[in-house]
Design a protein around this ligand. Structure first.
Ligand code: AOF
Ligand code: ZN
Length: 356
């Protein structure tokens, strides 16, 4: 199962909104095949592995990180090929939460007399697909808050200068996140201040769908985001009545997708629900302190990546990663669990899941 997890990870960044899945086939103690789900819409891990065994897999053990599917989707059911190849036993990592599968895959195999053991390295298998499980269970994208700050907690100097807080290695790491998560979200403040492009600048990396939270539709037609909307998707979320027809038509003509939220400001819970319906399974937030505070307040953040540079700039008015009202008592602070600490050049990155 550990090998299956390693294989599954090779699909990282290519399977969204479907899961990463790995599969190993073992006969008489020998691995006779292994493979993974390579890319969204293509064959599943089990079908891939069973298509190139080095010997007849009849009677073999099959290890798979996710419960085999039993539905006709983009590909035929994996339970069919497992039965057809007369696999002896099946070992499953995590059960599938997809309502089309959810327990039925395992039930079908057992009904055909195949012993199935579930829950093998289950925590690891669920953690690897935290995006998939969150998205299929809630319909909301998995929201990842990212920020870079100095050792004294500033995301820019008091003057506004922020180039750069962290070094090259940490910034390259961020581009890896941009290539992995499906969407990238910023507030209009960031667009007006930095005129960012928000693409993925890693060779071969996929650009995220760019999303701007812009209640009164202030985004300039001349911004880099709007200018590139024809090539890289751009979604602008505004409040229903903030939008002037003319500005909206001009943006749409430039290829911008506009989403109008109920209320006087963009309702972030509505936005996440709407992005979920657009098949965006995950959103990386490179926000600004105001947007970050609102997302945290509304309980919408699932994971945090905090990049910390060993620098001190001071300034009572220098911006910090999370502004807003804040929490009154330290004991009520949001906490991260399943934490990891990464050393990236001279910078440190702390990441973890937000405890709900
Ligand atoms: C995958 N790869 O290796 C496995 C999956 O859209 P479809 O037809 O490819 O079906 C996707 C569903 O199949 C997915 O939500 C999950 O429930 C199940 N298993 N999917 O993309 C795989 N084993
Ligand atoms: Zn399948």
């Amino acid at each position: 199962m550990r090998r299956a997890l390693e294989l599954a990870a090779q699909g990282r960044g290519h399977t969204s909104p479907n899961p990463m899945v790995g599969c190993v086939v073992v006969k008489d103690g020998r691995i006779i095949s292994e493979d993974y789900h390579h890319r969204y819409g293509e064959y599943h891990a089990e079908r891939n592995a069973l298509s190139h065994c080095t010997e007849d897999p009849a009677g073999a053990d099959l290890y798979v990180t996710l419960e085999p599917c039993c539905h006709y989707g983009k590909t035929p059911p994996c339970t069919d090929i497992i039965l057809e190849k007369r696999i002896g036993r099946v070992f499953v990592g995590a059960m599938d939460s997809n309502p089309l599968v959810g327990g039925k895959g395992v039930a079908i195999l057992r009904a055909h007399g195949i012993p199935v053991e579930t829950g093998i390295l289950e925590a690891e298998c669920r953690a690897q697909n935290e995006v998939f499980f969150h998205y299929i269970e809630t319909g909301h994208p998995f929201v990842v808050l990212k920020y870079a700050m100095t050792l004294d907690g500033k995301i820019a100097c008091e003057s506004g200068d922020a180039r750069w807080v962290t070094g090259e290695e940490a910034r390259r790491h961020v581009h890896g996140l941009r290539g992995y998560y499906r969407g990238i979200l910023v507030g209009i403040g960031t667009v007006l201040a930095d005129d960012p492009l928000l693409n993925c600048r890693i060779p071969g990396g996929r650009d995220p769908v760019r999303i701007v939270c812009d209640s009164s539709l202030r985004i300039p037609l001349t911004s880099q985001l709007v200018q590139t909307a024809g090539e890289i998707p751009l979604i602008v979320a505004c409040a229903r009545d903030a939008a002037e027809e003319e500005k909206m038509r001009a943006l749409e003509a430039a290829g911008v997708r506009i989403l109008r939220s109920p209320g006087e400001r963009v309702n972030l819970t509505w936005l996440m629900e709407t992005l979920g319906k657009e098949k965006i399974d995950s959103v990386l937030v490179e926000g600004g302190g105001t947007l970050n505070a609102s997302l945290l307040r509304d309980g919408l953040v699932d994971r945090v990546y905090a990049y910390i540079a060993p620098k001190i700039v001071g300034g009572a008015g220098a911006r910090t990663p999370v502004e807003g009202q804040g929490i009154a008592r330290m004991a009520e602070a949001l906490r991260l669990e399943s934490r990891e600490v990464l050393m990236l050049g001279e910078d440190v990155c702390i990441t973890g899941r937000v405890r709900k």
